[in-house]
Design a protein around this ligand. Structure first.
Ligand code: URA
Length: 434
């Protein structure tokens, strides 16, 4: 079998067999198939798509590319939650400690930032020393011991996804339903949890640009998970503007910490309750949404959720001082307000451009080897439906270079459009597949 023939076959819109997919994933993981051939194949998949059977085979080949975590010794139902990626996408940062403090066992296998979106592992690196490169055994032990653990999907678990993910990020091959579904579900299956909650984002800042595409992705992931015998649900959320206020690793962590301390903004709160309820239901910690909601609220109000975060961070070797004192988190040297040059109601925000502006500041990768600057980003003050007067502040920008700040500011300003007529605030929850 030769990779070149498989690329041509897919390029011509034909279906790859299980043996061909196993050959491709195995060879790429082992290094015998080079990056340039895998890039060409992923572009062909993006353009020509995959049948359901190909997507299942790709997911299983990726799951089997490395070690699989055995969580059978962990008591109770283990749950993993994963988002398809968006801008200001910070729910996991809150949900990991919050649901664990309600008694759930959270086994979270996570990825880095992809395209214009941020990644949970990058965000947790804001706690100096926080170690996510755990072996399968260490991961299982930590879940049992502290109720929650965050491990990065590299090392021995799902190496195929780690390599494909990094390559997709820099070759324009992220926005493909079969590649996203197989990337997420293979990590989940290799991570060993019993049940998954998928947060599927829809809109200009997501990889799925509308509700039809997002629903198709949600259904595909739920189907893949259920075929492997897992309990699954999915929540479809709005990504036509960034979630909450902060975009950028450290800034999002601060917003998450505020939420855990009971000072979250309405939008972030709405999201974490919707997802948290699904997690507690699927993990059988609560039997109704009302009961789940009450448990989540009590964990925040009593301080149990923030205490749980301290336990998780220190348990994985991280510096917990940043949880109470944000000056211990990565901090940018330049802060500037972005003033509106127009008056009116915010009619739309090109959400992916906000992600790209933060990427230009250094908050995301432009090439695979890039180091992410965790301190940079924006905090948004005006969202769709809000009234703005000329000169009023749309956002605060955090940067470490004046030149990058100016470039990002220009992109940020051009991402906003205004209307003289009153516009509606956007709805956050677009659907739930239970
Ligand atoms: N998150 C993932 O883990 N993989 C994708 O492809 C997209 C989002």
């Amino acid at each position: 079998m030769r990779m070149i023939d498989l690329i041509i076959k897919k390029r011509n819109g034909r279906e790859l067999s299980k043996e061909e997919i196993d050959f491709m994933v195995g060879g790429f993981t082992a290094g015998s198939i080079p990056d340039y051939q895998m890039s060409a194949m992923m572009m062909a998949i993006l353009l020509k798509g995959m049948t359901d059977e190909e997507t299942v085979n790709l997911t299983l080949a990726m799951t089997n590319s490395g070690e699989k975590v055995d969580l059978s010794k962990v008591s109770g139902i283990t749950v993993d939650k994963h988002s398809t990626g968006g801008v200001g996408d910070k729910a996991t940062l809150v949900l990991l400690p919050l649901t664990a403090s309600c008694g759930l066992k959270v086994a979270k296998m996570s990825g880095r930032g992809l395209g214009h979106t941020g990644g949970t592992t990058d965000k947790f690196e804001c706690f100096k020393g926080f170690n996510m490169a755990l072996s399968a055994g260490e991961f299982a032990e930590a879940v049992e011991l502290r109720g929650a653990c965050l491990a990065s999907a590299y090392g021995d678990v799902c190496p195929a996804d780690r390599k494909m993910y990094a390559l997709r990020d820099v070759t324009g091959t992220v926005e493909s339903l079969p590649l996203i579904a197989s990337s997420i579900v293979s990590k989940k299956l290799a991570g060993g949890a019993d049940a998954f909650v998928f947060e599927v984002m829809s809109g200009s800042g997501a990889f799925m640009k509308n509700d039809d595409e997002a629903t198709e992705l949600a259904r595909s992931m739920v189907k893949l998970g259920r075929m492997a015998g897992k309990k699954c649900s999915a929540v479809i959320t709005n990504m036509d503007q960034p979630l909450g206020a902060a975009v950028g690793n450290s800034l999002e962590m601060i917003e998450a910490l505020e939420t855990l301390k009971g000072r979250g903004n309405a939008e972030t709160n709405e999201l974490i309750y919707a997802l948290g309820e699904q997690m507690l239901l699927i993990g059988e910690i609560a039997s109704t949404k009302e009961e789940a909601h009450k448990k989540l609220k009590e964990a925040i109000d009593s301080g149990a959720a923030i205490e749980k975060l301290k336990e998780i961070v220190s348990g994985q070797g991280g510096d917990i001082r940043g949880i109470d004192d944000y000056s211990y988190l990565p901090t940018a040297s330049i802060t500037e307000k972005i003033e509106s040059d127009l008056s009116g109601y915010v009619a739309s925000i090109k959400c992916d451009d906000i992600g790209n502006a933060v990427r230009i500041l250094g908050g995301g990768r432009l090439v695979k080897e890039d180091e992410v600057d965790l301190s940079v980003g924006v905090v948004i003050h005006k969202k769709v439906g809000d009234r703005v007067e000329k000169g009023e502040s749309l956002a605060t920008i955090y940067a470490n270079s004046k030149e990058k700040l100016e470039e990002a500011k220009e992109i940020f300003l051009s991402s906003y459009s205004f209307s003289d007529n009153k516009t509606e605030h956007q709805k956050l929850l677009h659907g739930i597949i239970e």
